[in-house]
Design a protein around this ligand. Structure first.
Ligand code: SF4
Length: 437
């Protein structure tokens, strides 16, 4: 049986696409192999979001033919969409498949014919959201959280971002199909379903993200739903209260804030006139649901960001109290307006700013974790022994000295934070069986 190794670089959507493809190919006679050395074919879903990711992707592709000289390589994803034919010159690369042609991969591999470039215009895909219907259960996939890709692409044009040109305009998967996928994932044994996409807030099959959530919540079962990253433009009071109050929706928000300074947001071509409303909403979310997780993405060092503007973001972060954050240093992307802007910031200065932001986030996280001490959390066990798992409010939790079956619920209380930041908990035994809270 032909062995295929699947690798994904970049966002959660890329990872999910690889799992979906693996499920598909395993139902048509291919064996998934873990080690590249043992693979006949290697499929890589790539990323182009920053220049450092691009160089990493390039290095990784070159390393494959060194470790598996006979393997045939298929490159797909944003790096493929960006560089196309040039990638056919990489050693071992037989196929380059763009983001708009991913649905062809299974047939390309099966036909085993010809080499080549499959790179149609990403906006000519007629609203197609790449997805494969086959689902690997938790035991086959080795994971406990299943992601449903509800949407792909983006209609916005942030000045620093290359994604819309590589993933195309926003398009949404049909609600009916998503509800079926959701049910089948539950039937396969998943307990946590993550809604993913390039920009899930742009989900627009009638009624948008909120109505899709309502549809899912009509499905009976012992599960919880987690939302992946939301843009400030997607945040509504309804969505915030669903996250804060609906038992089967994780009490965890992740918002791609990028900056809390109106001038910087304006330079990024992101909405800046409603910044006060955003700050108020995030504030209120922290106040009203103090146990909930609130994460964010930030970009430091966007061209034109002065020291004073950065301080504004820092003050905003300290006042809101995020519980974690992903902090990126601005990276020039060829073809984006920001790459040509005056006022480029030095790498050293970007480094200083990202360190200061990291410290501010670490401070608010410390306060948040101390507030949670002793409070009950519902953990989905990802690793049975020693017991490790994830809570609804997005904490990675360890329960020393305990063994639990993988993919089970455990009700536990936070008892401490280890020196390296690990969250330590102990099981609450009188619960009579944990339910998602
Ligand atoms: S919202 Fe902006 S940053 Fe996000 S994918 Fe769209 S263009 Fe890129």
């Amino acid at each position: 049986m032909t062995g295929i190794a699947f690798r994904s670089i970049g966002c959660r959507t890329n990872q999910e696409e690889m799992f979906a493809l693996r499920a598909k190919l395993s139902t048509v006679g291919y064996a998934a192999v873990d080690e590249i050395e043992n693979a006949d074919i290697v499929i890589v879903n790539t990323c182009s979001v920053t220049s450092s990711t691009e160089s990493k992707t390039g290095r990784f592709i070159r390393s494959i033919s060194k470790n598996a000289p006979n393997a045939q390589i298929l490159i797909t994803g944003c790096f493929a969409q960006q560089h196309g034919e040039a990638l056919l010159k990489y050693p071992g690369v037989r196929w380059v498949v763009g983001n708009g042609d991913k649905h062809l991969i299974a047939s390309i591999i099966k036909s085993n014919s010809g080499n080549g470039l499959f790179l149609s215009d990403i906006n000519a895909s007629g609203g197609h959201v790449f997805w494969e219907d086959d689902i690997l259960g938790p035991d086959e996939s080795g994971r406990t959280r299943f992601s449903v890709k509800i949407q792909e692409g983006c209609d916005f044009k942030c000045a620093y971002c290359i994604v819309p040109s590589l993933r195309g305009r926003s398009r949404s998967a049909p609600k009916g199909q998503l509800v079926e996928t959701f049910k089948r994932a539950l039937d396969k044994g998943y307990k946590e379903i993550v809604l993913t996409g390039t920009h899930i807030g742009q989900y627009c099959d009638p009624g948008g993200l909120e109505s899709l959530l309502e549809e899912f919540l009509k499905i009976p079962g012992d599960y919880r739903i987690r939302l992946s990253s939301l843009d400030p433009r997607d945040l509504t009071d309804t969505l915030i209260s669903i996250v804060g109050e609906e038992n089967r929706v994780c009490d965890h928000l992740h918002v791609s804030v990028q900056s809390l300074c109106a001038d910087v947001l304006s330079g990024m071509a992101r909405p800046h006139d409603k910044l006060d409303m955003l700050i108020k909403r995030l504030h209120d979310f922290r106040e009203k649901y103090p146990q909930s997780g609130l994460g964010a993405d930030f970009i430091v060092g966007h061209p034109g960001e002065t020291g004073v503007m950065f301080e504004t973001t820092l003050r905003g972060v300290e006042s809101i109290g995020f519980t974690y954050a992903h902090i990126f240093r601005f990276s020039k992307r060829r073809g984006t307006p920001s790459a040509l802007m005056p006022g480029q910031i030095s790498e050293l200065e970007k480094k200083k700013r990202s360190e200061r932001l990291r410290e501010a986030i670490a401070e608010s996280r410390k306060k948040y974790l101390s507030l949670l001490l002793g409070r009950p959390l519902c953990i989905l066990v990802e690793d049975g022994s020693p017991a490790r798992g994830i809570s609804g409010n997005y904490l990675k939790i360890e329960i020393p000295g305990a063994d639990f079956s993988k993919n089970s619920w455990v009700r536990a209380a936070l008892i401490g934070i280890a020196g390296d930041g690990r969250c330590i908990a102990e099981e609450i035994v009188d619960a009579g069986g944990a339910k998602p809270i």
